[in-house]
Design a protein around this ligand. Sequence first.
Ligand SMILES: [Fe+2]
Ligand SMILES: [Fe+2]
Length: 322
Amino acid sequence: MANTTTAPHDDPALVAAFEARIAAGESIEPKDWMPERYRRQLTRMMSQHAHSEIVGMLPEGNWITRAPSLRRKLSLIAKVQDEAGHGLYIYCGTETLGVDRHELVNQLLDGKAKYSSIFNYPTLSFSDVGVIGWLVDGAAIVNQTILAKTSYGPYARAMIRICKEENFHKRQGFELCAHLAKGTPAQQAMVQESLNRFWWPSLMMFGPSDTDSPNSGELLRWKVKRKTNDELRQRFVNLTVPQVQALGLTLPDPDLTFDEATGNWTFGAIDWDEFQQVISGNGPCNHERLAARRKAHNDGEWVRAAATAYAAKRASASTEAA
Ligand SMILES: [Fe+2]
Ligand SMILES: [Fe+2]
């Protein structure tokens, strides 16, 4: 007999059936029943992801007008434009969970929503474009390749498509870094300096350590996450260290050593105080990034008003025709 005092979404039989589907490796689709916590956790993760794509356009977008050649300018424009597409695609994904994307955009503009900490660091030289493509998009690929196996169907499918473009982003970044690393002493110094600045913030992109990640247990059980933050971070370090060596560059970590027993590159302590400062709004560029987003949103107001008026005009024309 149904327990009438329990809200339908808490019905233990429904939860058990849901968890059995997850355990059997089935994907959950928008019209399927899901626990409210699952819906909320996915909304949180997907909206943070969409915000990160959109805010992520800003640090590199700053360099479009100063790219040193037409080829570099074209690939940078294409990459930044791709990130806009990723953001819109994932915002659409959140709508399958019954959320209104305007609400999410407002949370970002109001400073209430989180996005990836890395985009609150400045881009001080053109080699930052290379290092961001290589490390930041590289870290995103490590994260998103696993997310492509997440239990929520629309998110998983979005990741498959997005990862293909992220691979292009990473390659253009690595190619730029390789070019600078083979260049003049000034170019070599420039790319090394960028790498030094972005290395630790890139490791922070995987989020808090497993010992300090309150949502991880539930997300792993529901196969929203398939690997822990620390596992993904380690994979990124293992993939990246040989690439750094191949370019003849170094990493700003005196504790970095190869552990023969585990096959892992062990690395030094991450400055979690810095991470906390940046995600709580006190990073070097948090204010600048939000101000740029608000300005873009306000500047685009007339476009939204025009599109809405045009849609209304078309709707009334088709009603009259009928
Ligand atoms: Fe992206
Ligand atoms: Fe990207």
